[in-house]
Design a protein around this ligand. Structure first.
Ligand code: F6R
Length: 364
C-alpha cells in the first residue's frame, strides 16, 4: 500500500526517519549512551582485517563503512563488489572476519562470496533486511536492518538503515579495540541518535529539490563528486539517477576529476557536488572551482557553514542543517535519493520498476 504517495519509492524515502531510528535503537542504548553488547561471531579486538562484499547500493553502504571502521576502530577494511570478490581467490588471513551486506539476502554474487569465505574458515556476519533469507541462514551472526519490506526496486530506506547498522558496528568495534573511550562512545551514540531528526529536516527540502530535478530531467549526462564518505555517496547518487531516470550519470572521487572526467565538463554537464563542511571541504571546493571555470553547472549539496564558505557564481545549493560528521552520509543520502526520484518522475519512467532491473538478483 503506497498510502498517499505516488510511488513506493517516495513512500520509502519518507519512512526513513522512522526506520533509521528503529534500527539504531536496536544497536544503541540512547539512555546510557552506549553501544549494545550484541552477539558477534568474532571479537573486533581479535581481528586485524575485515573483508566486506556486497553488490550495488549495498556495496556503496559498505564503502562508506570502510571509512568508519578505519577511522573509529583503526580496523583495515577490504571491500569489493560480490562479482569480483567471489573470483579473486583472495588469500584470507586467519585473523580476519567477513561481512556481507544485502537487503534481500539472496543476491547470488554476495552469497557466493560468503561461501568462499566459509570455505576459508573465516567467521561470517551479514547485514540483511530479510532475516529468513539465504545469506542470513548461512551466516554465523546477522545484523538486521529494521527497514521493513522495501518494494521499490531502487534501494532507499534499506541503504540508510545499512548505514545506521554499520555506523553503530564501527563505534562498537572502536570500543572493543580500545580506540573509542567511554566519553567518545557517549558522544558518538548521541550524534547517531540525532540522525532521524536530521533526516526529517532533509525531507522538507522536497520543493526545492523538485525544482532542481525539473532542470536535471533535461540533461543527458551528469557527474557526481565527493571526497571521503561523500565519495561512495556520489556513486550512490549516480547509481540512483541512472537506474530510475535512465540519465547517464557517474560518481567520482572529487580528486580524480583532473585525471580524466574534467574533459567532459562544459555548460551542458551538471555536476552534483556532495560536500558537508567537514575535513575534506576545502579540497572539494577547489575541485568545484575547476568545474565552474570550465562552465560546468554545479549543484552543491552542503550545510549552512559550507554554503557560507563556498561562493561560486551560478551555483545551485541544497542546504542541509550542520550535522555531526558520523551521520552526514545517512542524512545526505536523502537529498540524492529525492533528486533522482523527482527527476525520474519528470521523465515519466516507471519509478518503482525501472526497465531491465529486478529487486532481487539471484543469478550472477
Ligand atoms: C540499487 C539497488 C541494487 C541493489 C543490489 C544488491 O538501487 O537496489 O544495486 O542494492 O542489487 O541487492 P541486495 O542488497 O538485495 O543484495
Amino acid at each position: 500500500d503506497k498510502g498517499n504517495h505516488r510511488h513506493f519509492m517516495e513512500k520509502e524515502i519518507h519512512e526513513q526517519p522512522e526506520v533509521i531510528g528503529h534500527t539504531l535503537a536496536h544497536y544503541l542504548d540512547f539512555v546510557e549512551g552506549r553501544t549494545r553488547d550484541i552477539p558477534l561471531p568474532f571479537d573486533f579486538s581479535q581481528i586485524d582485517r575485515l573483508s566486506i562484499s556486497a553488490c550495488g547500493t549495498a556495496f556503496l553502504a559498505g564503502s562508506v563503512a570502510r571509512y568508519w571502521f578505519e577511522r573509529y576502530a583503526r580496523l583495515p577494511v577490504d571491500i569489493d563488489v560480490g562479482s569480483e570478490f567471489r573470483y579473486r581467490e583472495m588469500p584470507i588471513s586467519p585473523n580476519s572476519a567477513a561481512l556481507f551486506i544485502s537487503q534481500s539476502g539472496e543476491t547470488a554474487d554476495t552469497l557466493a562470496s560468503l561461501r568462499y569465505c566459509r570455505s576459508q574458515g573465516v567467521p561470517i556476519a551479514a547485514v540483511v533486511n530479510v532475516p529468513e533469507s539465504t545469506i542470513a541462514r548461512e551466516s554465523d551472526a546477522i545484523f538486521p536492518t529494521l527497514a521493513g519490506p522495501e518494494i521499490g526496486v531502487a534501494s532507499t530506506k534499506a541503504f540508510t538503515c545499512q548505514l545506521a547498522v554499520l555506523a553503530a558496528l564501527a563505534v562498537r568495534a572502536g570500543v572493543q579495540r580500545g580506540h573509542v573511550s567511554p566519553e567518545q562512545e557517549r558522544e558518538l551514540v548521541r550524534f547517531l541518535s540525532e540522525a532521524p531528526r536530521f533526516a526529517t529536516a532533509a525531507l522538507k527540502l522536497d520543493d526545492q529539490i523538485e525544482k532542481l530535478a525539473r532542470e536535471l530531467s533535461q540533461v543527458k549526462h551528469a557527474l557526481y563528486l565527493g571526497r571521503g564518505t561523500s565519495f561512495p555517496l556520489a556513486m550512490e547518487g549516480a547509481l540512483k539517477l541512472k537506474e530510475i531516470s535512465y540519465i547517464h550519470a557517474e560518481g567520482y572521487a572529487a580528486g580524480e576529476l583532473k585525471h580524466g572526467p574534467i574533459a567532459l565538463i562544459d555548460e551542458n554537464m551538471p555536476v552534483i557536488v556532495i560536500a558537508p563542511h567537514d575535513r575534506n571541504f576545502d579540497k572539494t571546493v577547489s575541485n568545484m572551482q575547476e568545474v565552474a571555470a570550465r562552465g560546468g553547472r554545479i549543484i552543491l549539496i552542503t550545510d549552512t557553514e559550507g554554503a557560507r564558505r563556498a561562493t561560486i557564481n551560478a551555483m545551485e545549493t541544497i542546504i542541509l542543517p550542520d550535522v555531526p560528521e558520523i551521520i552526514a552520509p545517512i542524512v545526505y543520502a536523502l537529498p540524492i535519493q529525492m533528486l533522482a526520484y523527482f527527476t525520474a518522475v519528470f521523465m515519466g519512467t516507471d519509478v518503482d520498476q525501472p526497465r531491465n532491473l529486478a529487486k532481487s538478483v539471484t543469478v550472477e
